[in-house]
Design a binder for this molecule. Structure first.
Ligand code: 9YW
Length: 418
């Protein structure tokens, strides 16, 4: 096998479309929001200028209300469903109508720290401070109407963990009547047994049609959605994004942005406490429509270590990962093996995702849990040695699953090797 660093760079270059990068050709032919932020971090290892461009392209498509969409359909491509004709968001450059985890604040700080050309980095980072701040403000305005300090997702695709076991219960309340007939494309590129089910796709589409009928008005969507879930991983990424944006803004002299984001981060870390489960040794999702925690131990409640949670919580999460590691060859499975619904090959219901491993490793290291952080990095590198740069992997035997030559997998490998 070629040197993993060279291999990772070649994957990033292969998927580069000039001003944005596709997650992998065929399966995902457009720009995805959180993928792009990880991609920029990877690109910064070999092409600083290109890394800034990746972030700038993403924010060039921010909505007027502050939301940054989850997909930007730069080109026409029938290979993906649902395309812009289903979303009908009415933008000049077509986008989806929902968002994704807010990795941008974290990525911006990381890009700035890695930059060798500090003058260029300061100029380009300064121009992104305000747009990222507006996105954070949008979250706390439109997705936390009760000012609890935590935001809700209104569609599983927003979490980036499309078919997680976390959504099974709240998803059962989403109807499927009246959805337009459709043909999936994902199952033509990847094994259907490793993808979400038809029942899940029906509900994904019901929600899209419901929001579309409300004109994608973000002042209405949260309250109108039968699906409102407070995901600890999603919130922790936003909290970390606020904390990082605050620090960088302070350094670059943008003091109002620094203060507002520091407040959101502080309030968020405090509010996360309500999602802790002693039984599972990790955080859980909260169903906002019923006010109850969802009994489902997924990676969402483990990647919460990316926020500045108390050290004793990070230590408990380390023990939880160690217990999973006793039963799997590779860490960290996206769902607990204690749960009978665990499925080693089906997308977000068990497989290992290296991008999540990266967030967990960064968080654990900051919390002083170095040994587990290193174990996760080692396991991730073993996976790419054995199975290449796949979209996700079976935690039991390391089989590569989903798309191949996957951009964000390559991007985080450059971080693991640094
Ligand atoms: C889909 C691109 C995206 C990721 C998501 C992942 C998957 C797309 O791929 O969603 O159509 O299901 O779940 O997190 O951003 O890599």
């Amino acid at each position: 096998m070629t040197d993993p660093r060279d291999h990772a760079i070649s994957v990033l270059k292969e998927n580069d479309r000039g001003t944005y990068t596709v997650p992998t050709k065929g399966l995902y032919p457009f720009q995805w929001n959180w993928d792009s932020c990880f991609t920029a971090i990877g690109q910064a290892h070999f092409d600083e200028d290109r890394a800034w461009t990746e972030m700038e392209t993403l924010f060039a498509h921010q909505w007027d209300d502050g939301m940054v969409p989850h997909i930007i359909f730069h080109v026409h491509d029938d290979g993906y469903f649902p395309g812009p004709d289903v979303w009908q968001t009415g933008r000049a450059v077509r986008t989806s109508g929902i968002t994704q985890p807010a990795v941008a604040g974290f990525a911006l700080k990381r890009l700035f720290a890695m930059s060798k050309d500090k003058a260029m980095a300061a100029r380009r980072a300064r121009a992104l401070l305000e747009p990222i701040h507006r996105w954070h403000q949008w979250f706390y305005t439109c997705r936390d109407p009760g000012a609890e300090g935590l935001v809700a997702i209104i569609h599983p695709w927003e979490a980036g963990r499309d078919n997680s076991i976390d959504w099974d219960e709240p998803f059962a309340r989403v109807p499927t009547d009246g959805i337009d007939p459709y043909v999936r494309r994902d199952t033509q590129h990847a094994d259907p047994a490793h993808r979400p089910t038809k029942e899940q796709y029906d509900r994904y589409l019901w929600l899209v049609q419901h929001f579309r009928a409300l004109g994608w008005d973000n002042n209405k969507l949260h309250d109108a959605s039968p699906f409102q879930v407070v995901d600890p991983g999603f919130n922790a990424i936003l909290i970390r994004g606020c904390a990082d944006l605050s620090e960088l803004a302070g350094e670059l002299g943008a003091h109002q942005i620094a203060a507002a984001n520091r407040d959101w981060a502080q309030k968020g870390v405090g509010a996360l406490e309500a999602l802790w489960s002693e039984k599972h040794g990790q955080y859980l999702c909260l169903d906002r429509t019923t006010g109850t925690l969802i009994d489902s131990a997924s990676i969402g409640g483990i990647m919460a270590v990316i926020a500045n949670i108390p050290a004793y919580r990070a230590a408990a999460i380390t023990r939880t990962i160690a217990s999973e590691a006793e039963r799997t060859r590779y860490v960290v499975p996206s769902h607990s093996l204690d749960d009978p619904r665990f499925d080693a090959k089906r997308y977000w219901r068990g497989p290992v995702w290296l991008v999540v491993n990266y967030l967990i490793a960064v968080g654990l290291k900051a919390a002083g849990e170095d040994a587990m952080a290193e174990k996760i990095v080692r396991s991730s590198l073993e996976l790419i040695e054995k199975s290449g740069f796949a979209e996700y992997y079976d935690p039991l035997d390391g089989e590569p699953l989903g798309g191949r030559t996957f951009t964000w997998t390559a991007a985080v490998v450059l971080e693991f090797l640094a």
